[in-house]
Ligand binder design. Sequence first.
Ligand code: PCA
Length: 193
Amino acid sequence: MKKLLITGFEPFGGEQINPSWQSVLRLPDEIGDYKLTKLCIPVVFGEGAERVLKTAKELSPDVILCVGQAGGRKAITPEFLGINLRHAEIPDNKGNQPKDEPIISGGENALFSTIPVRKIAQKINEKEVLSAVSYSAGAYVCNDVLYTLLAYFKNSETKVGFIHVPYCTEQNKEPSMPLSTIVDGLTIAIKNI
Ligand code: PCA
């Protein structure tokens, strides 16, 4: 079987849970051709990406798929690109709050995801779960993780992607999606990488 490293985030911004990790936790250990390795990562600039890289170096996965919460979005959104920018409206979980700093000094402005985002959004939609391609993962920790991984794995066989998910119903915020629906969406995504 092929190896897929899938990550979710710890809670941040005063939330008790993060639907990204809650949905990753609920995925089966095998989906389609992939055996999953699950990892919960901190909402901390630099550290989140380092944790993924450390595990990726041990595992040599075929695919790394990171999942994050995007409060305010109503759809499951595969991200098209990461940008070389750190900018935080709220501090991360260690109190860092960078303002308009590069992630990699002198690095490319943007890097495109290497999973088939358009196909993934289409396949999720076909199963009656709302999904759309996103052209911005923001400039907070999710983008930090995505850009750092895309830069690291640029000339390698390892594919890298990121999917933002809405709040889940348990968080009592709108718009939201039931966790089971987010799990269904991620399952379809993985089958179509
Ligand atoms: N969402 C944040 C960071 C962690 C998460 O789940 C983001 O979109 O950057």
